[in-house]
Design a protein around this ligand. Structure first.
Ligand SMILES: Cc1ncc(COP(=O)(O)O)c(C=O)c1O
Length: 390
């Protein structure tokens, strides 16, 4: 097994860790950036004589090792693992920690793909799940089946309704029942929130989003703080094989280095957009954890550095008007996904969350979701003004 590199700089501030952790300049060439090791196999110095533990690139690849070390450092975990997508990371985690007959508590407004994974795939293999309101600690306690519940799965803020769960309180509830607390940290990013430092056991990322940051790569990650759990995940990562390739790791790692500066601009622009939308006559509700009236504002203020780049709002005129706003916007690109430098707009009911239509996770039809990018704020506001007024 390869060692994830822990240079001195992995102990510095967030940006220092994001830029330096996981990789020391190559001892042979001095290459400052981890090269893309486009190799499937490695020459052995005699049978079993591995150089640096590298044997076969499903098991480990140096470009991936560098990214995994950096992810562990920014999340303040013990080990990071990089996957071909966020859902591949989630499935590998489930198989590492849950067995047929076990039970998982899910957010009742989880990302649609996460719900689909449990509802349509894991359930067929005997893994039961209960959706619960993760903003309500008592509701989570009531949903837990002692002895059977192995995971409490939290997303905070959630996709797309931006509900906020209390990581510290939910970690205590999960641990009391002998379960692990998993936190999908995709929306906040490790710059704004570090769940492992608040008691969570596993962090999940769709690195496709803020970590990658440029809408040019699909990927996922797990970061854990317990070394026994790390061994389980490492075994399953290799045994299942849903790993990220070296080109994808290179892009994701490049994105991670600028996460801090990008997130601050995402937050600045989101705040400007929220201010514009609040009080607009065509908008009936603005949903943003930074607003004092948001029900999760107090918890978010405690556990997040700032409130992120995702904004949701509801419009007068129902679904037809929500669809029209999405279609009229032009600086905001109509598209799925989030977390890239460019602003995106979408209709969750018809797009990202179509897979939960008709279930208790269904989202309001008049809801519009924005991933506020890092363009000039005035241009974003003018675009929304046009889209809402036409
Ligand atoms: C919060 C959240 N978690 C997980 C995922 C799944 O990640 P991926 O699309 O990289 O498989 C997504 C994708 O949108 C997401 O928004």
């Amino acid at each position: 097994m390869t060692e994830q590199t822990r240079p001195e700089t992995s102990k510095g501030g967030f940006e220092t860790r994001a830029i330096h952790a996981g990789y020391e300049p190559d001892p042979t060439t001095g290459a400052v950036i981890p090269p893309i090791y486009a190799t499937s196999t490695y020459k052995q110095d005699g049978v079993g004589g591995l150089r640096g533990g590298y044997e076969y690139s499903r098991s480990a690849n140096p470009t991936r090792t560098a990214l995994e070390g950096a992810l562990a450092a920014v999340e303040e975990g013990e080990r990071g693992f990089s996957f071909a997508s966020g859902l591949a990371a989630e499935d590998t985690l489930v198989r590492s920690t849950v067995r047929p007959g076990d039970h998982v508590v899910l957010p009742n407004d989880a990302y649609g793909g996460t719900f689909r994974l449990f509802d349509k795939v894991e359930q067929a293999w005997g893994i039961e799940h209960t959706p619960a309101d993760l903003t309500d600690v008592d509701a989570v306690r009531a949903a837990i089946r002692r002895g059977q519940t192995k995971l409490v799965w939290l997303e905070t803020p959630t996709n797309p309704l931006l509900n906020v769960g209390d990581i510290e309180a939910l970690a205590a509830v999960a641990h009391d029942a002998g379960a692990l607390l998993v936190v999908d940290n995709t929306f906040a990013s490790p710059y704004l929130q570090q769940p492992l430092t608040l008691g969570a056991d596993v962090v999940v990322h769709s690195t496709t989003k803020y970590v990658g940051g440029h809408s040019d790569v699909v990927g996922g990650a797990l970061v854990v703080r317990d070394l026994d759990l790390a061994e389980q995940v490492a075994f399953h990562q290799n045994a299942i094989g849903a790993v990220a390739g070296p080109f994808d790791c290179f892009l994701t790692h490049r994105g991670l280095k600028t996460l801090g500066v990008r997130m601050d601009r995402h937050c600045d622009n989101a705040e400007a957009v929220v201010e514009f939308l609040t009080g607009h006559r065509a908008v009936t509700q603005v949903i943003y954890p930074g607003l004092p009236e948001h029900p999760g504002h107090a918890v978010a203020s405690r556990q997040m550095r700032r409130f992120g780049g995702m904004v949701a709002f509801r419009v007068e005129g129902g679904e037809a008007q929500a669809l029209a706003v999405c279609e009229r916007a032009s600086v905001f690109t109509l598209g799925e996904s989030l977390g890239g430098v460019e602003s995106l707009i979408e209709h969750p009911g018809r797009m990202t969350h179509a897979s939960v239509a008709g279930t208790e996770l269904e989202v309001p039809a008049d809801l519009v979701r924005l991933s506020v990018g890092i363009e000039t704020a005035d241009d974003l506001i003018a675009d929304l003004d046009r889209a809402l007024s036409s």
